[in-house]
Ligand binder design. Sequence first.
Ligand SMILES: *Cc1c(COP(=O)(O)O)cnc(C)c1O
Length: 366
Amino acid sequence: MKLETLAIHGGNIVTDSEKPVIQPITLSTTFVHQPESMIYARANNPNRHALERLLAGLEKGADAAAFSSGNAAGVSVFQALEPGSHIIAPDDMYHGLKNAILSLFKGVLEATFVDMTDLEKIKQAFKPNTKLVWIETPSNPLLKITDIAAVSNLAKEKGAMVACDNTFATPVFQNPIDFGADIVMHSSTKYFGGHSDIMGGALITKEKDAFWEKVKNVQVSGGAVPSPMDCYYLCRSIKTLPYRMKGHAEHAIVLANFLSTHESVEKVYYPGLKTHPGHLIAANQMTGFGGILSFQVKGGAEEADLVISKLKYFTNATSLGGVESLIERRAASEGPDTLTPQNLIRVSVGLEHLYDLLEDLEEALH
Ligand SMILES: *Cc1c(COP(=O)(O)O)cnc(C)c1O
Protein backbone atom coordinates (compact mmCIF):
# COMPACT_ATOMS: atom_id res chain seq x y z
CA MET A 1 0.00 0.00 0.00
CA LYS A 2 1.21 3.50 -0.81
CA LEU A 3 1.30 6.06 2.00
CA GLU A 4 -1.96 7.86 1.11
CA THR A 5 -3.84 4.54 0.94
CA LEU A 6 -2.30 3.25 4.16
CA ALA A 7 -3.19 6.51 5.97
CA ILE A 8 -6.86 5.97 5.08
CA HIS A 9 -7.18 2.20 5.48
CA GLY A 10 -4.40 1.21 7.90
CA GLY A 11 -6.18 2.28 11.09
CA ASN A 12 -9.65 0.86 10.51
CA ILE A 13 -10.18 -2.56 12.10
CA VAL A 14 -13.87 -3.49 11.90
CA THR A 15 -14.88 -6.68 13.72
CA ASP A 16 -18.62 -5.98 14.32
CA SER A 17 -21.15 -8.28 12.67
CA GLU A 18 -23.16 -5.22 11.42
CA LYS A 19 -20.09 -4.22 9.40
CA PRO A 20 -19.92 -0.47 9.93
CA VAL A 21 -17.61 1.16 7.36
CA ILE A 22 -15.78 3.05 10.10
CA GLN A 23 -14.46 1.31 13.22
CA PRO A 24 -16.63 2.19 16.25
CA ILE A 25 -15.21 3.68 19.44
CA THR A 26 -14.92 1.04 22.18
CA LEU A 27 -15.25 2.76 25.55
CA SER A 28 -15.42 -0.37 27.70
CA THR A 29 -12.60 -0.58 30.23
CA THR A 30 -12.89 -4.35 30.48
CA PHE A 31 -13.53 -7.32 28.19
CA VAL A 32 -15.26 -10.69 28.66
CA HIS A 33 -12.63 -13.35 29.34
CA GLN A 34 -12.02 -15.40 26.20
CA PRO A 35 -8.87 -17.13 24.94
CA GLU A 36 -7.82 -14.30 22.54
CA SER A 37 -9.66 -11.33 24.04
CA MET A 38 -8.30 -8.02 25.22
CA ILE A 39 -8.45 -7.97 29.01
CA TYR A 40 -8.32 -4.46 30.39
CA ALA A 41 -8.13 -1.04 28.70
CA ARG A 42 -4.83 0.07 30.26
CA ALA A 43 -3.21 -2.95 28.57
CA ASN A 44 -5.09 -2.70 25.29
CA ASN A 45 -8.14 -1.30 23.52
CA PRO A 46 -9.39 -1.83 19.95
CA ASN A 47 -9.00 1.85 18.97
CA ARG A 48 -5.50 2.02 20.42
CA HIS A 49 -4.65 -1.23 18.67
CA ALA A 50 -5.86 0.26 15.36
CA LEU A 51 -3.84 3.45 15.92
CA GLU A 52 -0.70 1.50 16.83
CA ARG A 53 -1.03 -0.72 13.77
CA LEU A 54 -1.47 2.38 11.59
CA LEU A 55 1.58 4.12 13.07
CA ALA A 56 3.78 1.02 12.77
CA GLY A 57 2.79 0.82 9.10
CA LEU A 58 3.41 4.50 8.37
CA GLU A 59 6.87 4.38 10.00
CA LYS A 60 7.75 0.95 8.52
CA GLY A 61 8.27 -0.52 11.99
CA ALA A 62 7.45 -3.88 13.57
CA ASP A 63 5.26 -2.44 16.33
CA ALA A 64 4.08 0.82 17.89
CA ALA A 65 3.00 2.04 21.31
CA ALA A 66 0.62 4.98 21.74
CA PHE A 67 0.87 7.33 24.73
CA SER A 68 -1.10 10.17 26.27
CA SER A 69 1.48 12.76 25.13
CA GLY A 70 4.72 13.08 23.22
CA ASN A 71 6.58 13.59 26.47
CA ALA A 72 5.09 10.39 27.92
CA ALA A 73 6.38 8.56 24.83
CA GLY A 74 9.88 10.03 25.12
CA VAL A 75 10.10 9.51 28.88
CA SER A 76 9.10 5.85 28.40
CA VAL A 77 12.27 5.28 26.35
CA PHE A 78 14.38 6.78 29.15
CA GLN A 79 12.51 4.72 31.77
CA ALA A 80 13.21 1.53 29.83
CA LEU A 81 16.99 2.12 30.05
CA GLU A 82 18.98 0.46 32.84
CA PRO A 83 19.89 2.88 35.66
CA GLY A 84 23.39 4.26 35.10
CA SER A 85 22.99 4.37 31.31
CA HIS A 86 24.39 7.31 29.39
CA ILE A 87 22.42 9.16 26.71
CA ILE A 88 23.79 11.40 23.97
CA ALA A 89 21.17 13.97 23.03
CA PRO A 90 21.01 17.18 20.96
CA ASP A 91 21.95 20.45 22.67
CA ASP A 92 18.78 21.91 21.14
CA MET A 93 16.61 18.90 22.11
CA TYR A 94 12.89 19.62 22.54
CA HIS A 95 13.04 21.48 25.85
CA GLY A 96 10.30 19.43 27.55
CA LEU A 97 12.25 16.20 27.02
CA LYS A 98 15.60 17.77 27.90
CA ASN A 99 14.04 18.98 31.15
CA ALA A 100 12.66 15.48 31.79
CA ILE A 101 16.14 13.94 31.48
CA LEU A 102 17.66 16.56 33.74
CA SER A 103 14.96 16.55 36.43
CA LEU A 104 13.09 13.19 36.47
CA PHE A 105 16.21 11.09 35.77
CA LYS A 106 18.68 13.05 37.86
CA GLY A 107 21.01 10.56 39.54
CA VAL A 108 19.53 7.71 37.46
CA LEU A 109 20.68 8.44 33.91
CA GLU A 110 23.64 10.42 32.60
CA ALA A 111 23.35 12.66 29.56
CA THR A 112 25.68 14.62 27.30
CA PHE A 113 24.09 17.28 25.11
CA VAL A 114 25.95 17.91 21.85
CA ASP A 115 25.56 19.66 18.51
CA MET A 116 24.14 16.79 16.46
CA THR A 117 25.28 18.34 13.18
CA ASP A 118 28.90 17.73 14.27
CA LEU A 119 29.83 14.02 13.92
CA GLU A 120 33.24 14.56 15.58
CA LYS A 121 31.56 15.96 18.71
CA ILE A 122 29.14 13.02 18.81
CA LYS A 123 32.06 10.58 18.50
CA GLN A 124 33.83 12.23 21.43
CA ALA A 125 30.67 12.09 23.57
CA PHE A 126 30.50 8.26 23.66
CA LYS A 127 31.26 6.58 26.99
CA PRO A 128 31.46 2.86 27.86
CA ASN A 129 27.91 3.11 29.30
CA THR A 130 26.35 4.97 26.33
CA LYS A 131 23.16 3.08 25.52
CA LEU A 132 21.13 5.59 23.53
CA VAL A 133 21.68 8.34 20.99
CA TRP A 134 18.66 10.65 20.70
CA ILE A 135 18.13 12.49 17.42
CA GLU A 136 15.61 15.19 16.61
CA THR A 137 15.58 16.22 12.96
CA PRO A 138 14.56 18.79 11.83
CA SER A 139 15.14 20.20 15.31
CA ASN A 140 13.05 22.58 17.32
CA PRO A 141 13.22 25.56 16.85
CA LEU A 142 16.40 26.04 14.74
CA LEU A 143 15.47 23.41 12.12
CA LYS A 144 18.93 21.87 12.35
CA ILE A 145 19.34 18.69 10.30
CA THR A 146 21.00 15.57 11.71
CA ASP A 147 22.34 12.93 9.32
CA ILE A 148 20.34 9.94 10.59
CA ALA A 149 22.35 7.31 8.67
CA ALA A 150 25.74 8.69 9.76
CA VAL A 151 24.73 8.91 13.44
CA SER A 152 23.11 5.46 13.32
CA ASN A 153 26.28 3.91 11.88
CA LEU A 154 28.34 5.54 14.59
CA ALA A 155 25.95 4.37 17.33
CA LYS A 156 25.92 0.81 15.94
CA GLU A 157 29.74 0.67 16.05
CA LYS A 158 29.55 1.64 19.73
CA GLY A 159 26.67 -0.71 20.56
CA ALA A 160 24.13 2.04 21.31
CA MET A 161 20.54 2.37 20.12
CA VAL A 162 19.23 5.32 18.13
CA ALA A 163 15.88 6.96 18.78
CA CYS A 164 14.65 9.72 16.48
CA ASP A 165 12.04 12.35 17.33
CA ASN A 166 10.26 12.55 13.96
CA THR A 167 7.55 15.02 15.02
CA PHE A 168 8.52 17.81 12.61
CA ALA A 169 9.02 15.62 9.52
CA THR A 170 6.21 13.06 10.06
CA PRO A 171 6.37 9.74 8.18
CA VAL A 172 5.07 11.59 5.12
CA PHE A 173 8.48 13.20 4.66
CA GLN A 174 10.90 10.99 6.61
CA ASN A 175 11.15 7.38 7.82
CA PRO A 176 14.09 7.27 10.28
CA ILE A 177 13.98 3.43 10.39
CA ASP A 178 15.01 3.40 6.69
CA PHE A 179 18.20 5.24 7.74
CA GLY A 180 19.09 3.00 10.67
CA ALA A 181 17.10 4.34 13.65
CA ASP A 182 15.86 1.69 16.11
CA ILE A 183 12.99 3.70 17.58
CA VAL A 184 10.93 6.58 16.20
CA MET A 185 9.16 9.00 18.54
CA HIS A 186 6.26 11.34 17.79
CA SER A 187 4.25 13.98 19.51
CA SER A 188 0.86 13.08 18.02
CA THR A 189 -0.34 16.39 19.45
CA LYS A 190 1.21 18.08 16.43
CA TYR A 191 0.73 16.98 12.78
CA PHE A 192 -0.90 13.61 13.50
CA GLY A 193 -3.75 15.32 15.35
CA GLY A 194 -3.44 18.26 13.00
CA HIS A 195 -6.23 20.38 14.49
CA SER A 196 -4.72 21.47 17.85
CA ASP A 197 -7.31 19.48 19.82
CA ILE A 198 -5.70 16.14 20.78
CA MET A 199 -2.77 15.38 23.11
CA GLY A 200 -0.87 12.23 22.25
CA GLY A 201 2.46 10.58 21.62
CA ALA A 202 3.86 7.46 20.02
CA LEU A 203 6.86 5.20 19.72
CA ILE A 204 7.51 2.91 16.77
CA THR A 205 10.15 0.18 16.88
CA LYS A 206 12.18 -1.37 14.10
CA GLU A 207 12.21 -4.73 15.88
CA LYS A 208 10.22 -6.40 18.63
CA ASP A 209 13.36 -6.96 20.72
CA ALA A 210 14.03 -7.16 24.46
CA PHE A 211 14.26 -3.36 24.78
CA TRP A 212 10.85 -2.98 23.13
CA GLU A 213 9.39 -5.42 25.67
CA LYS A 214 10.57 -3.03 28.38
CA VAL A 215 9.07 -0.04 26.58
CA LYS A 216 5.72 -1.85 26.28
CA ASN A 217 5.91 -2.65 29.99
CA VAL A 218 6.45 1.04 30.78
CA GLN A 219 3.44 1.86 28.59
CA VAL A 220 1.12 -0.68 30.22
CA SER A 221 2.40 -0.55 33.82
CA GLY A 222 3.07 3.19 33.82
CA GLY A 223 -0.35 3.65 32.26
CA ALA A 224 0.21 6.93 30.35
CA VAL A 225 -2.06 5.65 27.58
CA PRO A 226 -4.40 7.64 25.32
CA SER A 227 -8.18 7.33 25.65
CA PRO A 228 -10.24 5.39 23.06
CA MET A 229 -11.71 8.73 21.88
CA ASP A 230 -8.26 10.22 21.33
CA CYS A 231 -7.14 7.09 19.46
CA TYR A 232 -10.24 7.24 17.28
CA TYR A 233 -9.71 10.92 16.48
CA LEU A 234 -6.04 10.32 15.69
CA CYS A 235 -6.93 7.56 13.20
CA ARG A 236 -9.46 9.96 11.67
CA SER A 237 -6.96 12.84 11.45
CA ILE A 238 -4.16 10.74 10.00
CA LYS A 239 -6.35 9.92 6.98
CA THR A 240 -5.63 13.44 5.69
CA LEU A 241 -2.03 13.65 6.98
CA PRO A 242 -0.33 13.11 3.58
CA TYR A 243 -2.37 15.90 1.95
CA ARG A 244 -2.06 18.25 4.90
CA MET A 245 1.73 17.79 4.93
CA LYS A 246 1.96 18.57 1.20
CA GLY A 247 -0.01 21.78 1.79
CA HIS A 248 2.07 22.80 4.84
CA ALA A 249 5.33 22.29 2.93
CA GLU A 250 4.12 24.08 -0.21
CA HIS A 251 3.22 27.13 1.87
CA ALA A 252 6.34 27.01 4.03
CA ILE A 253 8.83 27.24 1.14
CA VAL A 254 7.01 30.27 -0.29
CA LEU A 255 6.98 32.05 3.08
CA ALA A 256 10.65 31.11 3.68
CA ASN A 257 11.65 32.61 0.33
CA PHE A 258 9.59 35.73 0.99
CA LEU A 259 11.15 36.23 4.44
CA SER A 260 14.68 35.58 3.09
CA THR A 261 14.52 38.67 0.90
CA HIS A 262 12.75 40.95 3.41
CA GLU A 263 14.78 43.88 4.72
CA SER A 264 13.38 43.57 8.30
CA VAL A 265 14.51 39.94 8.56
CA GLU A 266 18.00 38.99 9.74
CA LYS A 267 17.96 35.25 9.07
CA VAL A 268 15.58 32.48 8.01
CA TYR A 269 15.80 28.82 9.06
CA TYR A 270 14.07 26.35 6.75
CA PRO A 271 15.71 23.13 5.50
CA GLY A 272 14.14 23.60 2.06
CA LEU A 273 16.25 26.72 1.44
CA LYS A 274 19.44 26.00 -0.52
CA THR A 275 21.28 28.34 1.89
CA HIS A 276 20.35 26.14 4.92
CA PRO A 277 23.51 24.32 6.12
CA GLY A 278 21.62 21.01 6.35
CA HIS A 279 19.85 21.31 3.00
CA LEU A 280 21.73 18.52 1.20
CA ILE A 281 21.38 16.04 4.06
CA ALA A 282 17.69 16.95 4.36
CA ALA A 283 17.22 16.45 0.61
CA ASN A 284 18.78 13.00 0.97
CA GLN A 285 16.74 11.74 3.93
CA MET A 286 13.46 13.67 3.49
CA THR A 287 10.96 13.70 0.64
CA GLY A 288 9.69 17.14 1.69
CA PHE A 289 10.95 19.83 4.04
CA GLY A 290 8.00 20.21 6.37
CA GLY A 291 5.81 23.08 7.51
CA ILE A 292 7.88 24.70 10.26
CA LEU A 293 10.25 27.62 9.76
CA SER A 294 11.93 30.08 12.06
CA PHE A 295 13.24 33.57 11.42
CA GLN A 296 15.09 36.27 13.28
CA VAL A 297 13.69 39.77 13.08
CA LYS A 298 16.23 42.61 12.92
CA GLY A 299 16.43 43.91 16.49
CA GLY A 300 15.66 42.08 19.72
CA ALA A 301 12.79 40.55 21.67
CA GLU A 302 10.78 43.77 21.52
CA GLU A 303 10.91 44.05 17.72
CA ALA A 304 9.97 40.38 17.38
CA ASP A 305 7.03 40.76 19.78
CA LEU A 306 5.82 43.80 17.80
CA VAL A 307 5.70 41.81 14.55
CA ILE A 308 3.78 39.01 16.27
CA SER A 309 1.26 41.45 17.76
CA LYS A 310 0.37 42.84 14.30
CA LEU A 311 -0.47 39.49 12.68
CA LYS A 312 -4.12 38.57 12.01
CA TYR A 313 -4.00 34.93 10.89
CA PHE A 314 -0.93 33.69 12.76
CA THR A 315 -2.06 33.11 16.35
CA ASN A 316 0.49 33.82 19.08
CA ALA A 317 0.52 30.45 20.83
CA THR A 318 2.89 27.59 21.46
CA SER A 319 2.62 24.20 19.68
CA LEU A 320 2.54 23.45 15.98
CA GLY A 321 1.21 21.16 13.29
CA GLY A 322 -2.43 22.30 13.16
CA VAL A 323 -4.30 23.46 10.08
CA GLU A 324 -4.25 26.97 11.59
CA SER A 325 -1.02 28.99 11.48
CA LEU A 326 0.65 29.51 14.86
CA ILE A 327 3.55 31.77 15.68
CA GLU A 328 5.61 32.34 18.79
CA ARG A 329 8.76 33.95 20.04
CA ARG A 330 10.36 30.72 21.09
CA ALA A 331 12.85 31.99 23.72
CA ALA A 332 9.94 33.36 25.76
CA SER A 333 8.50 29.80 25.97
CA GLU A 334 11.78 28.05 26.71
CA GLY A 335 12.76 30.02 29.80
CA PRO A 336 15.89 31.89 30.91
CA ASP A 337 18.57 29.22 30.17
CA THR A 338 17.54 28.78 26.51
CA LEU A 339 20.11 28.85 23.68
CA THR A 340 17.45 30.19 21.28
CA PRO A 341 18.06 33.78 20.10
CA GLN A 342 15.66 36.30 21.71
CA ASN A 343 14.55 37.69 18.31
CA LEU A 344 13.72 34.27 16.86
CA ILE A 345 10.14 33.64 15.78
CA ARG A 346 8.95 30.11 15.05
CA VAL A 347 6.15 29.70 12.54
CA SER A 348 3.90 26.69 12.15
CA VAL A 349 2.69 27.40 8.64
CA GLY A 350 -0.98 26.54 8.32
CA LEU A 351 -3.35 25.68 5.51
CA GLU A 352 -5.09 29.05 5.18
CA HIS A 353 -4.85 30.53 1.68
CA LEU A 354 -1.23 31.26 0.86
CA TYR A 355 -1.95 34.84 -0.26
CA ASP A 356 -3.67 35.67 3.05
CA LEU A 357 -0.60 34.40 4.92
CA LEU A 358 1.83 36.32 2.69
CA GLU A 359 -0.16 39.55 2.92
CA ASP A 360 -0.43 39.23 6.70
CA LEU A 361 3.35 38.81 7.11
CA GLU A 362 4.07 41.62 4.66
CA GLU A 363 1.87 44.06 6.62
CA ALA A 364 3.22 42.98 10.03
CA LEU A 365 6.87 43.38 8.97
CA HIS A 366 6.43 46.97 7.74
C1 LIG B 1 5.62 18.94 21.20
C2 LIG B 1 6.85 18.16 21.01
C3 LIG B 1 7.20 17.16 21.92
C4 LIG B 1 6.40 16.85 23.16
O1 LIG B 1 5.12 16.40 22.86
P1 LIG B 1 3.83 16.66 23.79
O2 LIG B 1 2.73 16.02 23.01
O3 LIG B 1 3.70 18.14 23.95
O4 LIG B 1 4.08 16.00 25.10
C5 LIG B 1 8.37 16.45 21.67
N1 LIG B 1 9.15 16.71 20.61
C6 LIG B 1 8.83 17.67 19.71
C7 LIG B 1 9.73 17.92 18.55
C8 LIG B 1 7.68 18.44 19.89
O5 LIG B 1 7.38 19.40 19.02
